[in-house]
Design a protein around this ligand. Structure first.
Ligand code: FAD
Length: 286
């Protein structure tokens, strides 16, 4: 197993991040057996495609393990698949369409891996990945063993999972419904259109910055607080959708962090609402 020097700005959609001298790519599940003994959940971050992450501009001194387990295996039941955690969600979505399986149309517009989606309980347009999960195979970084978690033990809720923090997700058993490919295509293009209309393009951002709640849409609160277009040092609140914060090329993660703090303060001052981040800041931020 090779430990690499990687500039983290190359491995996330925001393009933020300093150097990591302990960057390990896991290409297939057998690589897990070679993970150095010194690695544990306290000194390691598990990375997918970095589409929900802002790494600090400083050097990242821990280990980063990146899952590239990319496979989709059929099982005896045509509705049930075993999918590797490194599988790109739009590819999974297209595979499902080709195999006349419905329920994965929403994954087409989410530029992450299955591992990231399972951790974040990714979703859109009323769908979320938790609905499809039967079980998840993981490597426990502290117990140093492979375990299978059933869906109930993950206790999924909106953009949240439990029991996955100290683990590398290897794969998941997912269930989908038979569906006419014409209906699947229609849903995919509807979702695509809605996304294009309401959201900025998928570069130099990490999707929604804050979680919504039953009582509010974060984007609406930010817009009504007069913050659409507001910027700090080359990172701005999108003028298209106020819950997307867009960086310019060369912008710093510290500017995004400052913008997030500023927006939280202003929204709290106006609505007494504590916005909760959906994106994750990893490394040192002050
Ligand atoms: C343009 C754009 C649109 C987006 N739209 C949506 C949307 O509609 N809905 C939505 O929910 N999200 C959306 N996102 C956010 C993001 O794509 C999702 O959260 C995605 O599931 C993250 O996957 P990832 O592989 O990039 O994970 P990363 O960003 O790399 O990591 C996210 C979390 O998952 C963990 N993780 C990743 N892989 C593994 C693994 N193998 N084992 C254990 N833990 C792992 C990480 O440790 C981290 O905690 C959007 C992002 C962008 C840039």
């Amino acid at each position: 197993m090779k430990i690499n020097n990687v500039n983290l700005s190359k491995v996330t959609t925001y393009r933020f991040g300093g150097l990591c001298k302990n960057f390990i790519i896991l290409e297939n599940p057998d690589d897990i057996l070679e993970i150095p003994e010194t690695i544990n959940s306290a000194n390691t971050f598990v990375l997918g495609r970095g589409s929900n992450i802002a790494f600090s501009d400083n050097e990242y001194t821990g280990y980063i393990l990146k899952s590239e387990f990319q496979y989709i295996n059929k099982t005896n039941n045509l509705n049930i698949l075993e999918v590797g955690s490194g599988t790109y969600l739009p590819e999974l979505s297209r595979y499902l369409k080709e195999n006349e399986l419905g329920g994965g149309e929403f994954l087409l517009g989410i530029p992450g891996t299955l591992g990231g989606a399972l951790k974040m309980n990714a979703g859109s347009y009323g769908y979320e990945i938790a609905t499809n999960v039967l079980e998840i195979k993981c490597y426990d970084l502290d117990e140093k063993k492979i375990i299978i978690l059933d869906k109930d033990s993950i206790n999924y809720s909106y953009r949240n999972s439990n029991n996955l923090d100290n683990k590398i997700i290897i794969s998941s058993i997912l269930k989908f419904e038979n569906c006419d490919p014409k209906i699947i295509s229609k849903k995919m293009s509807d979702f695509n259109m809605r996304r294009k209309k309401s959201q900025p393009p998928g570069i130099y951002n990490a999707g929604s910055v804050f979680k919504n709640s039953d009582n509010y849409f974060a984007g609406e609160l930010i817009e009504n607080a007069g913050l659409k277009g507001f910027s700090i040092d080359n990172v701005s609140v999108s003028t298209k959708h106020a819950n997307f914060f867009i960086a310019k090329k060369g912008a710093k993660a510290s500017s995004l962090f400052s913008l997030v703090q500023h927006v939280k303060e202003k929204v709290y001052d106006k609505y007494e609402v504590n916005l909760e981040e959906e994106i994750q800041f990893i490394g040192e931020f002050t």
